[in-house]
Design a protein around this ligand. Structure first.
Ligand code: MG
Ligand code: FE
Length: 171
C-alpha cells in the first residue's frame, strides 16, 4: 500500500477516535457544570466549551459523512463511560474542583495532540477540504487549554478562601 492509502486509514481511524474523544469531553464537562455553584467563571467557560464541543462533533460527523465513513457508536459509548466515571470519582473528593481543573487541563492538551495528529493525517491523505474545520477545532482546544492553565491559581485561591470561611469549597 502506498503512503496515501495508509494515511487514509490512519486518518479515518483518527476521525473516529476524535469523535469518541469529543463525546468523552462532554461526559467530563457536563457533570461539572451541573454541580458547580461557587465558581461562576469556571462554570461559564465550561458551558461555552460544551457548545464548542458540540460543534466539533458536528464537524467530525460532516467529514466522516463526506468520506462515506461513519463514527463508531461502541467507541463513543466506551469513552463516554470512562469520562463519566472519572467525573464521578472526583465528585467524591473533598477537593473536587481542583481535581477536575487538573483533569480538564490534561484533557484539553490531549485534544490538542489529537487534532495535530489528525491534521497531519488529513494532509497526507489529501483531504484538503477538512483542514480548515479541523484547524478551527484545534484553535478552540488551544484557547480552552490556555484558559484553564491561567485559572488554576484563581480556582485554588477561591477553594482555600471558601474553605477558610467554612463554606462549600469543593464545587
Ligand atoms: Mg474538543
Ligand atoms: Fe476541548
Amino acid at each position: 500500500m502506498n503512503t496515501q492509502n495508509n494515511a487514509h486509514d490512519v486518518y479515518v481511524a483518527g476521525l473516529r477516535n476524535a469523535h469518541a474523544m469529543e463525546k468523552q469531553a462532554l461526559s467530563i464537562m457536563e457533570p461539572q457544570v451541573s454541580r458547580l455553584t461557587h465558581y461562576p467563571d469556571l462554570s461559564q467557560r465550561l458551558q461555552s466549551h460544551i457548545s464548542e464541543t458540540e460543534e466539533q462533533i458536528n464537524r467530525l460527523d460532516l467529514i466522516l459523512e463526506r468520506l462515506d465513513e461513519s463514527s463508531s457508536v461502541i467507541k463513543d459509548m466506551m469513552t463516554s463511560a470512562s469520562g463519566s466515571m472519572a467525573a464521578m470519582g472526583h465528585a467524591a473528593a473533598s477537593d473536587e474542583v481542583l481535581k477536575n481543573t487538573m483533569a480538564n487541563l490534561a484533557f484539553e492538551n490531549f485534544e490538542i495532540a489529537a487534532y495535530l495528529s489528525l491534521l497531519t493525517a488529513a494532509r497526507l491523505a489529501g483531504d484538503t477540504a477538512s483542514i480548515q474545520p479541523l484547524e478551527q477545532s484545534l484553535e478552540e482546544e488551544r484557547r480552552m487549554a490556555a484558559w484553564v492553565e491561567e485559572h488554576v491559581p484563581a480556582v485554588t485561591e477561591t477553594f482555600i478562601s471558601l474553605k477558610s470561611a467554612g463554606e462549600t469549597a469543593k464545587r
